[in-house]
Design a protein around this ligand. Sequence first.
Ligand SMILES: Nc1ncnc2c1ncn2[C@@H]1O[C@H](COP(=O)(O)OP(=O)(O)OP(=O)(O)O)[C@@H](O)[C@H]1O
Ligand SMILES: [Mg+2]
Length: 658
Amino acid sequence: MHTLNAAQQAAVTHVDGPLLVLAGAGSGKTRVITQKIAYLIRDYGIAPSHITAITFTNKAAKEMQARAQSLLGERAKGVMISTFHALGVRILRQEANALGLKPGFSILDSSDATGLLQELSGGIDKAQLRLLQSRISLWKNALINPDAAIELATDGLESSAAQLYVDYERALRAYQAVDFDDLIRLPVALFTMQEEVAERWRKRLWHLLIDEYQDTNRGQYRLVQLLTQGRDAFTAVGDDDQSIYAWRGADSENLRLLKADYPRLKVVMLEQNYRSTSRILGAANQLIAHNSKLFEKKLWSTHGQGEAIHIQTCRDGDHEAEWVVSRLSAHRFERRTQFSDYAILYRGNYQARVFEQQLRAQRIPYVISGGQSFFERAEIKDIIAYLRLLTNQDDDPAFIRAVTTPKRGIGGATLEALGLTAGRRRQSLFATLLSPALGDDLPVRQHTALREFSGFIQRMEHRAKNEPAGALLTAIIDAIGYETWLFSAFDVRDAETRWSNVCDFVQWIGRKGEEENKTLLELAQSVALLSMLDNGTEESNAVQLATLHAVKGLEFRHVFLAGIEEGLLPHRDSLDPARLEEERRLMYVGLTRAQASLTISWCERRKQGKTWMLREPSRFIAEMGAVALTAAAQGLTVPDTTTAIARAAGLRAMLAGK
Ligand SMILES: Nc1ncnc2c1ncn2[C@@H]1O[C@H](COP(=O)(O)OP(=O)(O)OP(=O)(O)O)[C@@H](O)[C@H]1O
Ligand SMILES: [Mg+2]
C-alpha cells in the first residue's frame, strides 16, 4: 500500500460499491487493479476464488498474474485473471447444457468464421465478405440477434448481411460451434433468460475488476452489469483517450454510461504519471488536446524533461527500416541497454515485414505480436482440426479439414454424398458416418476409409481422457503420417518450416498440459482463444515489434514509432472527424508507451502497389508541439545509415576491448 499515492489508495480501499478510476496513460490504473487484488485477499479476507480480474490481452493477464503472485505468493493462483473472452469460455463451458451446447463445443477463430461465411455466401469476393462479416460482428457485439438484424437492415448490404447472419447462426448451432463474439453474447443471453444461473455466478463473484474499460463494447458492458447486479461492487479502470477499438464495436461512451447506470458510482482520478519523462508526456498531452473531450484530465510527471524527441525523415520504407534498426543498435551499445528495452511500433501488420528483414540481417532478436498468429498457420490449423474433432465430433468444418489432411483417399464426391445424407437426416457428418445404414449411399472402398477415420478419432478421444497431452498429440501426428505428407506436398524448405512449427506446437501443448495439469481435450478448447489478440512468442531479451493496437497497457524504455505519415497515421480511410479522433488516440497510445526516449520516423515516399507516392509527415507530429522535438525534419543533419553502423561496430569493438 505504501507504494501507492493517496488517490490510488482511495481506489484500492473502496470495496463496497461501484468504482471507476478514470485517468490518463501511465498513471497507475493497472497497478491499482493488481494492488487491489492483493488488498481484497490479504486485508479484506476475500477468498481468491471470489475475485475475477479482466484484462484486454492474454499477455496482460499473464503479467497481472505474475504481479499478483509476487504480492501474494501461492494464494494468487486462485484468482481468475483473464480476458473477457476467456471468462466467457469459462461460463459457457459450465453452463453449456442450459444453452443447448455440449461441453466440448468448438470455438471458431476469425479465419474459421470467415471460411464458414465464405461457404455460406456462395463465394462472394473477399472485400464484400469482409464487410458482411464485420457487420455481423457489430450486430453480435451490440446483442442484436439475426431476426432483429433482418428488421433493422436498411439497405441492400445490410439485408444480405442479415440473411447471411441467419444462415451463419444456424450453421454454428449445427456444428456445436461458437465464434468469438458468442463468447460474450451467449453468457449475456443466458444470464438474461435464466435469473437463477446469473445469481449463481454473482455469488461466486464477490468483486470484479476490469482493466482498459474504455474498450468494452455493448455486450461486455451488459455482461458486467449482469454479473454485478445487486451488490454493484466492481472496479473499472480506463482512459477515454485510449479508446482505439471502435471498429470492433467498443464504445468509450460506456464510461459515461456507468455514471448514469450506477448512481452510487465513485470516480477516482489519477494525475501523476509514473511512466514517462515530462517531455514525452507533454507531447502526448498536447496532441490529445486536439480531440474533443469526454472528461477533463490532467497528467504530470516528476521524471524530469528527459531526452528530446527525435523526428527522422527517411527516403522510403527500406531506408526507414534500415535507419531505425541501425539507430536502435547503436543506441543499445551506447547505453548498454537490453534488447527488451526497445519497441518498434507501427499502425498495420504488413509494415512489420521490412523491420523483420532488417532485424534478422543484423542478428537482433525480436518478438512480434499482433501479426499473423502462429495459431493461424495452415499446418497448426490442420492439427487443431484434429483436436477440435476429438472434443466435438459435430464440428463439420473441423471434420472436413481433418479427413482431407493428410489425403487419405477420401475425395470431394464422397464428402458430397456424405454431406447430402447428413443434410437429409439433419445430422453432423461424423454422426452420419457412424450410422449403420450409410453403406447404401457410398462405394465400399470410400466407406471403409471413412470408417477407419472415425474409428481412429474415437480411439484417440478415449485415450485423451487419461494420457498426457504432449505424448498423445505426438502419437496422433505420427499415426496420421503428417510429417511424411508435408514433405510430399511441399518443397523441402517449406515443409521443414511447417514441420518445425508443428513440433513447436506439440512441445507447447506438452508444457501446458504439465503446467496446468490438463488433458488434451481440455487444452484443445482454449487453443482458439490464443489466436485472438496476442500471440507473441515468448523470448525474454528481444526487441518488441508490434502494432499500436497490440501494445495497449504496455511500457518500454525506448520506443520507435514508424511510418508516422499522412495516409498511414492518420490512415487515409479515417479522415472524417470521428475517425480522425480515433487515429489521434492511437498516436497517443503510441507516444505514451515510452518511458525514456521516443523516436518518430516518416518516409518521403512509399510504394503503394506498383507506384511510388509522395508522402507528408503526419499532422500529429505538428500537433505534439515544437518544443518537444529535435527536428531532423527541419533540416538538421542526422547520421546516415552507414555512419550509424560504423559507429555501432566501433562501439562494439571498444566494448569488447575493455
Ligand atoms: N504509486 C506509484 N509509485 C511508483 N510507481 C508507480 C506508481 N503507480 C504506478 N507506477 C508505475 O508506473 C507505471 C505505469 O503504471 P500502470 O501501467 O499501472 O499505468 P496505467 O495507468 O495502467 O497505464 P496505461 O493507461 O498505459 O495502461 C508502471 O511501471 C507502474 O509500476
Ligand atoms: Mg494499464
